[in-house]
Design a protein around this ligand. Structure first.
Ligand code: FAD
Length: 451
């Protein structure tokens, strides 16, 4: 602990991309910020492929030049393959965006998250690692502080605003039973890391590949090239397909899935798996509210959307920016109410919904980008704008008129669910949350060696 005071403008709980981004921004912009992260970094985390629109938040954080010097692999495009192995032309981001922000990075998250957190400290935020928040303290309905555990003893810190950036742990939306689950986006994931897997030539060497698995699996592989010749490879599929009747040997299931996916198999043939198998249940969800009196939820603590388009870190960082604006506004007006702090929720939800529609289209068995673009070639730029993450711009949804001829486009999440699920009994939802979060399990097998 580097500071004896226990009163701050802002307390941030969680030091992932959401927490470290808001801590950097607010500290740079003159607020006193203290952040508590339960783990000691570096720590493993999934979510390695960035979207290019993160550029603008990196710029505001003052970290862009450092990123350009980093060893992280440059990502210029995304490429899709259908279940028959037929591969799309790469979607290059510079087709739609003629600025240096059309290139982004593939990041080893343990290194990236540490890098962001150290940057937040350089901007003046006080960072405490290995320091779990035990609970949030309330005065009536208003959040006023936190209790943390330091060297085994409980200490109290106070602030005008508490930011919940605890990821899937989502301390506050769990406490209030605010989480609602997407009725369709429930997936299971197995992933690991390979050394020496093949890379596409030239600019495509840093592309994210999305390789569909067999029809009926509801699934696909990600193939993400990282630094040091490591490639992150993961299969996402319907839980029943991936696990039911297939035993508990995840390494065997993972190998079987690779074997069945020609586009993946030929790329990892000859490569060596250098890490354990990780398994996750990934259920998309959102919180009914993004703020209460004295607190805001950002990143996965607010919502999580299926990872098909790699939108998680982008949305976490956008929320950090939007929340920073709301916090400045709250200080200016001396109003720390839920309405003031949560003012950006409609804009945020519109952006998430734009991305979510494209997620639904992808999982529609009959849908293919190739068929859609054959009929509507002019929509290619609009699709790329979505793949870039430019989801907060008005007009971005125009693509869904023509696209609805090819795939089911869902209504907004809160309209799609029965009213009782959205406004219903909070305690029942709080119970249900036990199975809503992603559950990370690390399956060790003898074949794997540490990276
Ligand atoms: C299978 C899968 C694949 C994905 N792929 C991608 C991808 O390619 N690209 C992408 O952008 N996103 C991807 N994501 C999403 C991405 O992982 C998340 O959206 C992103 O990490 C969210 O950042 P965050 O800061 O909100 O949460 P996190 O990164 O989870 O950070 C939360 C932090 O809070 C800390 N914490 C928790 N509880 C406490 C506590 N009580 N006290 C103190 N600290 C606490 C945790 O230790 C953690 O460090 C993927 C997700 C999954 C499940």
């Amino acid at each position: 602990m580097e500071n004896n005071s226990s009163n701050y403008d802002v307390i941030v709980m969680g030091g992932g991309p959401a927490g470290s981004s808001i801590a950097s921004i607010l500290a740079r912009e003159g607020r006193s910020v203290i952040l508590f992260e339960k783990e000691e970094f570096p720590r493993h985390h999934i979510g390695e492929s960035l979207m290019t629109d993160t550029y603008w938040t990196f710029q505001r954080m003052g970290i862009l030049e450092k990123l350009k010097q980093s060893p992280f692999v440059r990502k210029y495009s995304v490429l899709f393959a259908n279940s028959a192995g037929r591969e799309s032309r790469p979607f290059y981001f510079f087709e739609a965006n003629h600025h240096e922000s059309a290139v982004t990075w593939q990041v080893t998250r343990s290194e990236f998250d540490k890098f962001l957190l150290e940057h937040a400290a350089e901007q003046g935020a006080i960072i405490n690692q290995g320091t779990p928040v035990k609970r949030v303290l309330f005065d009536g309905d208003r959040a006023v502080g936190v209790e943390v555990i330091i060297n085994g003893s409980v200490q109290t810190f106070n602030a005008n605003v508490i930011v919940d950036a605890t990821g899937q742990q989502a301390i506050l939306s769990n406490k209030f039973g605010w989480r609602v689950r997407d009725p369709k986006l429930k997936k299971a994931v197995l992933y690991s890391y390979f050394k020496g897997a093949s890379r596409e030539p030239d600019l495509n060497g840093g592309a994210t590949l999305v390789l569909r698995t067999e029809p009926g699996s509801g699934g696909w592989f990600w193939y993400i090239p990282l630094e040091n010749d490591i490639t992150s490879v993961g299969v996402v599929a319907d839980p029943d397909y991936l696990y039911k009747g297939r035993g508990k040997d995840f390494a065997k299931i993972f190998d079987e899935e690779i074997e069945k996916c020609e586009s993946c198999r030929r790329r990892v043939a000859g490569a060596t798996r250098v890490d354990k198998i990780y398994s996750i249940l990934d259920y998309s969800y959102r919180s009914k509210q993004n703020a209460g009196d004295g607190f805001i939820l950002i990143g996965d603590a607010y919502g999580f959307l299926d990872p098909i388009y790699s939108s998680g870190v982008l949305l976490a960082m956008k929320m950090a920016e939007l929340a920073a604006e709301a916090i400045h506004d709250a200080f200016a007006s001396e109003d720390f109410s839920a309405a003031r702090l949560g003012q950006f929720q409609p804009k945020l939800d519109r952006g998430i919904e734009s991305m979510r529609k494209l997620v639904y289209a992808f999982y529609d068995e009959g849908f293919s980008f190739a068929k859609f673009l054959q009929k509507y070639p002019d929509q290619r730029v609009n699709i790329i704008n979505l793949l870039i993450g430019d989801v907060f711009r008005s007009g971005v949804d125009d693509v869904y008129g023509p696209l609805s001829e090819f795939a089911e486009i869902p209504p907004p999440l809160y309209e799609q669910l029965p009213a009782s699920d959205v406004s219903g009994d909070d305690s029942r939802e709080a119970e249900r949350d036990v199975v809503l979060s992603a559950q990370y399990q690390y399956y060790d097998d003898r074949a794997a060696t540490q990276k």
